[in-house]
Design a protein. Sequence first.
Length: 189
Amino acid sequence: MSLFSPLMASPRALVLLSPPLPMLQTPSRRLTINRVLPRVVSYTQHHQHRPYTYKSHTFTTSTTPIYSPNLSFLRRLFSASPAQLEMAAAAKTKVQAIIDENPVAVFSKSYCPYCKATKALLNEKGAKFYSIELDQVEDGSAIQAALGEMTGQTSVPNIFINKKHIGGNSDLQEKKSQLTNLLKEAGAL
């Protein structure tokens, strides 16, 4: 039994006793490690801002996650085919036309209980509104993605009154006392 055998039992000891990795020896690779390692550690530490040391280098973890919703547009832009980009542009144009042409626009799905509650409230107030059921139209998922890019809300219902984004059903229910005035201003009553 050698002197180092108790140390070799520990995985951490294996890392400490292993020779330096070849990729850490060249400056260009070290730069890559310095960029990548903080992001990986950041992700695994639940995006907490903590300094740590690795092989005598001190890093500060980033609070930016590897996947960010702000980057989803760029990711789609570079990974989408021309047909998908054209469909996304057409969906965005369609969404904007629906919002511009109608005093109240509700983007919903036929099976959604929150969508049903929204439409029931608008019917109760006697409002004239346009509703599109995204699960019943061919480009429904593209429309929902376009709404997500425009408003930051990807859930349904997605409600617009007088070309202004109201939000979802809970947002509309909160504005129940102001709803009559909002609908009159929009010309929906």
